[in-house]
Write a protein that binds this ligand. Structure first.
Ligand SMILES: [Zn+2]
Length: 247
């Protein structure tokens, strides 16, 4: 089984209770796509780094990757990092040219595919200039589809973060519908209206999995750079919901 995780923490926030039980029966690889911060620093990008208590992007992502390996070790699953740059820091492909490189040094937003979090990265639409990322992500995930028995856990994309939507689109490009089980993205699922959940065709009835929520919470505390900012009032119970496509 593979779990496609947009960011370092999504798979565990959304699926840790199920994973800790299922790993005794099948081998589980948590494959995280967007594990790099890159060097394009927009205002939104800087705000995110500060909110996590850091002053530099590289340091933050280095620590986030390390946290993920610790969490995976505690859970007894494999963790792989595909090294794509997270949406907040993703440069336009043409920004690699010299003129745009200079312009982006003065005004980073001009070189960003998604210049702001609020108006771009959280709108749920994959930009035209991001289609090459989608193609590379699909190719990378396709390498895990080694037989028809492989199951892929895939985010629904609740919350409309473009990295979550892109991850789902890439999984759907390389796995058959019968191989995919969708998970509700936590913590977005706590407050996002269900009318805006991106249900798979023919399936609105979830399977809820509670499992061991206390153990789940202790594993999630490993993500120290994230949990305080995500849950300033303490960590709530993060229910897990799963859906399968039905013909
Ligand atoms: Zn995420």
């Amino acid at each position: 089984m593979i779990v496609a995780s947009p960011h370092l923490d999504d798979a565990f926030l959304s699926c840790a209770a199920l994973l800790q039980d299922i790993r005794r029966m099948v081998s589980v690889s948590v494959v995280t796509l967007f594990t790099e911060g890159g060097n394009l620093v927009t205002l939104s990008g800087r705000q995110f780094v500060r909110q996590c208590g850091y002053s530099d992007v590289d340091g933050l992502y280095r620590d986030r990757r390390a946290e993920d390996l610790v969490a995976a070790g505690m859970l007894g699953v494999d963790a792989e990092h595909l090294s794509f740059v997270e949406a907040l820091y993703r440069p336009k492909p043409e920004a690699r040219g010299r003129v745009l490189r200079r312009m982006s040094a003065a005004f980073p937003e001009s070189a960003a595919i998604y210049p702001t979090y609020r108006w771009h990265a959280s709108k749920g639409t994959i930009a035209q200039s991001d289609l090459s990322t989608l193609k590379s992500a699909s190719t990378a995930l396709g390498r895990y589809n080694t037989s028809e028995n492989v199951v892929a856990l895939c985010p629904l994309g609740i919350g409309d973060h473009v990295d979550h939507v892109l991850t789902r689109t890439a999984v759907e490009a390389v796995f058959q519908p019968e191989q995919i089980i969708y998970y509700a993205d936590q913590p977005y699922a706590l407050h996002w209206p269900t009318s805006r959940w991106r249900y798979p065709d023919g399936s609105r009835e979830p399977v809820e999995y509670r499992g061991d929520q206390i153990r789940k919470a202790s594993i999630l505390r490993t993500y120290a750079t994230q949990v305080d900012a995500l849950f300033p009032e303490g960590m709530p119970e993060l229910s897990e919901f799963y859906y399968a496509y039905r013909r």
